[in-house]
Design a protein around this ligand. Sequence first.
Ligand code: FAD
Length: 480
Amino acid sequence: MNAPAIVWFRNDLRIADNPALLAAARTGAPLVALYILDEESAGEWRAGAASRWWLHHSLAALSQSLAERGVPLTLRRGRAQYVFEQIIAETGADAVFWNRLYEPWAMRRDEEIDSQLREDGVQCHRFHEALLFEPEKLRTRQGESFRVFTPFWRACLAATPPKRPLPAPQELRAAPLPPDSDDLEAWRLLPQNPDWAVGMRNVWLVGETAARAELADFARHHVADYKSERDFMGRVGVSRLSPHLHFGEISPREVWRAISDPGSIGGEAYLRELGWREFCHHLLIAHWELPDRPLDRAFERFPYRDDEIALDAWRRGQTGYPLVDAAMRELWITGWMHNRARLVAASFLIKHLLIDWREGERWFWVTLVDADLANNSANWQWVAGCGADAAPYFRIFNPALQGEKFDPDGDYVRRYVPELARLDARYIHSPWAAPEPALREAGVRLGGTYPHPIVDHAKARERALAAFESMRGRASARPA
Ligand code: FAD
């Protein structure tokens, strides 16, 4: 009888368009479906609390889909190298199939496992599926990795287009004696006490089926208006597919195929955002230090401040700037934040509060259901002005003006900052400017029901620009 083959699921928690699963199924070998919770290898970048909540439900969904096809999902916890030793000894498997990951810790680990398994006579089959374009194949004319988005995206569009998504395997055959599995509940990925996931349960359906339905709905009803609607935080203008994409419940190729409609302005704008996802991964692969060090090394001398009180106010959505507070509370309640809100909230932390971008990056890591090492670190660096193709440092968002522009009726603020819900739209983004009767009528007491701004915008802006100048001064004064 054939020896079993192991399909190692990672951030590809789906059945359809899963090259590793399909290739393993096509060998005709009995399958062991395996997921390893390898927090040791991930180290400080192991999944944060909100991602663990998502992972629990995503694994439950995958386990059910596999069970319907007769294959149990084996769950094991520990360093993947050791888990493989055990599973191979237990099952006699002679092949392992997996789809590649691009986090530096995972790339390092996977190389080790690949050589360890080959030494032991186990074949390794690795596939590319997490990105639309193979990152190693995209190079500048000088043969280097890209640091600027527009030429990068041009190179992507000129490359061989993404392949058609693969079908789900028609038939899966389980190994006759599947290895024992851990109990998912016992992993305690869900919050225990207190249960802070109520808001997340209310807004998300997790798993491959839900992801496909979300994509279909977005492609049918919203993508046409994506370009004009995507910045409005109180409206349904974006796809909210990011956690599904991060956990691989849907493949970028499926999204590409559903959205590609030549000549559609909304579609083109949307594919360009998928392009940013590709670019962030391209950057992380070329710069493993991306999550920890500014790509522009001059920023290593940036005079950030330690200010626990301000950092805490930012995290809790108590800065006195309604748009920033709505953003941070949306994150806390739902595990997600609208992109425009991410830009404003991140900029506020870095520039108004002069707090190191890595503090924000780490808070997002813990609280986002779509926390993704490449997207998170590249975007934080972008906002901080220290990344590749970054926003110029001196472009400092005014949160009140951003609110007036992209949340004109205040719907977004009203939803997440209920203590301001009755305030007239004229003042909802700057309650400090409201006349006393307007505040009284809306039941708002500044410094009581809602905080005064923790910094003054104009002064904070000046302070940020001065800090930037002092960094530049230090950079140019540096001995050659
Ligand atoms: P849509 O607008 O519908 O876009 C479709 C898809 O394109 C997204 O699902 C995402 O995969 C990709 N995408 C869109 N914008 C970007 C972008 N700027 N960079 C990279 N990919 C993008 N995205 C994450 O997936 N994980 C993160 O941890 C993350 N952290 C961020 C931190 C900051 C400070 C900022 C400014 C942005 C961050 N983003 C992150 C990017 C972006 O905000 C989210 O991908 C987007 O808001 C997800 O919502 P959506 O699926 O509705 O996006």
